[in-house]
Ligand binder design. Structure first.
Ligand code: KIV
Length: 270
C-alpha cells in the first residue's frame, strides 16, 4: 500500500479547523493515553479524548458511567503525548445538565488539562449550554445524530436522518449549535444524504462517524480502526489493521520463548 505523506507540520488551532471547511477533509481519531497520542501526533488534525474510553479501556457496556475525573486524567496523558493536533475533551454524561455545572466542569477541563475544546452531545435542546460555554471562552465541539450518552433514554443505538422530518430536525440542531458558537459538529450514525444536507446548511465544519463521505471530516475510535476492540464492529468502522491478532501472536511468541528459556538471550543479558 502506498501512503502519501499526510503529516501535519504545525500546531492545529480552532482557526485552522474552521478554515478547512470545504477545502480539505479534517482527520480526527480518539486517543486515551500518551503512548498512542504520541504515535498519532503530526498525523491527524484533531484528537478526541472520547468517553468511549469507558468501553474500550474500562470494559464497561456503555459510556454513561465515565466521570469528569477520568476524562481529565486521560486528557492530561494525551496532552503529554501529542503537541500538534487540536485536542478535545469529551464532557461525560451528567457533567453539563445545566449551564452552571457545564461551565464549572468545562472550566476545570481547561484549567487541569491543555485541551483546546470540549465536546458535548445534543442539538437545539443543548444550545443554551453551548452558548454558556462559548460566552465563557470555552470552545465547543457539538455532537448530533446518534448520541451514545442518550442510549438508554432513546432505547438503543438508532441511525438518524431516515426521513425528511428527521433531516429537518437535524439541520435545526446543527444551526442552533452554530448560532450558539460551536466551532464544529460531530455527526454520528446519520444517513449520508442527511449528513450532506447538514454539512451544506452550516458554515462550521462537520466531522462524521458513520455519516458517509460528504461531511467536512471523519473521526474513528482508535481501538476500532486498528482492530483492538473486538466486542462488536459497527458497519461504519474500517479496520486498518488487525491489532488484537498482532498482539496475541506476538504474546504467544514471548510466552513460548520464556517457557523454553529462549528469552532472555545473551543480547538481553547484563
Ligand atoms: O466518545 C467518543 O469516542 C466519541 C466519538 C465516537 C465521536 O464521541
Amino acid at each position: 500500500m502506498s501512503i502519501h505523506n499526510q503529516n501535519v507540520a504545525k500546531k492545529v488551532t480552532l482557526t485552522t479547523i474552521r478554515k478547512m471547511k470545504g477545502r480539505e477533509p479534517i482527520t480526527m481519531v480518539t486517543a486515551y493515553d500518551a503512548l498512542f497520542a504520541k504515535l498519532f501526533d503530526g498525523h491527524v488534525d484533531m484528537i478526541l479524548v472520547g468517553d468511549s474510553l469507558n468501553m474500550s479501556f474500562l470494559g464497561k457496556e456503555d459510556t454513561l458511567s465515565a466521570t469528569m475525573d477520568q476524562m481529565i486524567y486521560h486528557t492530561q496523558a494525551v496532552c503529554n503525548g501529542a503537541s500538534l493536533p487540536l485536542i478535545v475533551l469529551d464532557m461525560p454524561f451528567g457533567s453539563y445538565t445545566n449551564e452552571v455545572d457545564a461551565v464549572k466542569n468545562a472550566t476545570r477541563a481547561y484549567q487541569e488539562t491543555n485541551a483546546q475544546a470540549v465536546k458535548i452531545e445534543g442539538g437545539k435542546e443543548r444550545a443554551n449550554i453551548v452558548k454558556a460555554l462559548t460566552q465563557n471562552s470555552i470552545a465547543v465541539l457539538g455532537h448530533i445524530g446518534l448520541m451514545p450518552q442518550f442510549l438508554r433514554s432513546d432505547g438503543g443505538y438508532k441511525v438518524r436522518g431516515k426521513n425528511q422530518a428527521d433531516i429537518d430536525t437535524l439541520i435545526e440542531d446543527a444551526k442552533a449549535l452554530e448560532l450558539a458558537g460551536a466551532f464544529a459538529i460531530v455527526i454520528e450514525g446519520v444517513k449520508s444524504e442527511a449528513a450532506k444536507a447538514i454539512t451544506q446548511a452550516v458554515s462550521i465544519p462537520t466531522i462524521g462517524i458513520g455519516a458517509g463521505v460528504d461531511t467536512d471530516g471523519q473521526v474513528l475510535v482508535w481501538s476500532d480502526m486498528f482492530g483492538f476492540f473486538e466486542a462488536f464492529k459497527p458497519k461504519f468502522v474500517k479496520q486498518y489493521c488487525e491489532g488484537a491478532k498482532i498482539i496475541r501472536e506476538n504474546l504467544e511468541h514471548y510466552t513460548h520463548e520464556v517457557k523454553n528459556r529462549q528469552f532472555p538471550s545473551e543480547e538481553q543479558t547484563y
